[in-house]
Design a protein around this ligand. Structure first.
Ligand code: MN
Length: 263
């Protein structure tokens, strides 16, 4: 006689559960910071039409956020796409995504402490990615995180000698991610570099100052022998200087916005 409506309740319960799980949206301030990170990296000359920055989702550690396939200087909040760690887009809705998204996913998978990743082809880093004798090395206090010798990823060791040098699948991403076991910056031979950090602002800071360190290193070594930071100096400087990352961040945001409003 009575209609059993328990299945409906079950269904409703499932819907609620799914909504709670799927409804974990990244916070608007995280999206805003990621948009600003894109603009800063362009304004500071770390990325041009190429290169990208991502941040780990703030309520789902198994997801990350990255712009759709476009020039970083033009990114808006509507261009941010959510990804699973295997590089599958969750909400691309037909938008093209970056070929090298596997860099980000595989690093987040291997390094749970990493909350942000910057990949670029910044100009002074590339020469050091191809040198057979010189490695990128911390030479001033603003870039202490680089340490004694930034590792270089040689794609030929995993992909052979006919690749386009791009990290365009999970296997290449995993091989690159392994290099981050001992460093927060890895140079990629004939390509560029990738930098990681425990916050988005630090990742942007590190990408900017590793480019500057590379430029200084190219200049200083032309003068003769160079005194580099000791391992301990690098660690102490990184700890103390990066604690003040908000100061340059606020300035960089303002500069990037001023430049955008002129164009
Ligand atoms: Mn690249």
């Amino acid at each position: 006689m009575c209609l059993d409506n328990s299945p409906d309740r079950d269904d409703a319960g499932v819907l609620v559960d799914n909504a709670a799980k799927e409804g974990a949206r990244p916070s608007p301030s995280l999206i805003e910071d990621l948009v600003n990170a894109n603009h800063i990296l362009f304004d500071q000359g770390v990325v041009d039409a190429f290169g990208h920055v991502s941040v780990r989702h703030d309520s789902r550690p198994d997801r990350f956020l990255l712009a759709r396939n476009m020039a970083p200087g033009r990114v808006t909040a509507d261009d941010i796409v959510e990804f699973a760690l295997d590089g599958e887009a969750v909400n691309a809705n037909g938008r093209r995504v970056y070929l090298e998204r596997f860099i980000h996913g595989e690093i987040y998978r291997r390094r749970p402490d990493v909350l942000a990743v910057v990949h670029s082809h910044s100009h002074s880093i590339v020469p050091l990615s191809v040198s057979k004798t010189m490695r990128l090395r911390a030479l001033f206090h603003m870039a202490g995180f680089i340490g004694q010798e930034a590792p270089v990823f040689e794609i030929r060791e995993v992909g052979g000698d006919c690749t386009d040098l791009l990290i365009s699948n999970n296997a290449l991403g995993q091989a690159l991610a392994e290099k981050f076991d001992t460093s927060d910056i890895v140079l990629m031979r004939g390509h560029g570099s990738t930098v990681v950090a425990p916050t988005l602002k630090q990742a942007v800071y590190r990408a900017i100052y590793s480019e500057i360190n590379a430029r200084y290193q190219l200049e200083a070594t032309r003068l003769g022998d160079v005194v580099y930071l000791t391992e301990e100096e690098g660690r102490t400087a990184a700890q103390n200087v990066e604690a003040q990352v908000h100061r340059p961040w606020d300035l960089w945001v303002e500069q990037a916005q001023a430049r955008r409003s002129k164009t």
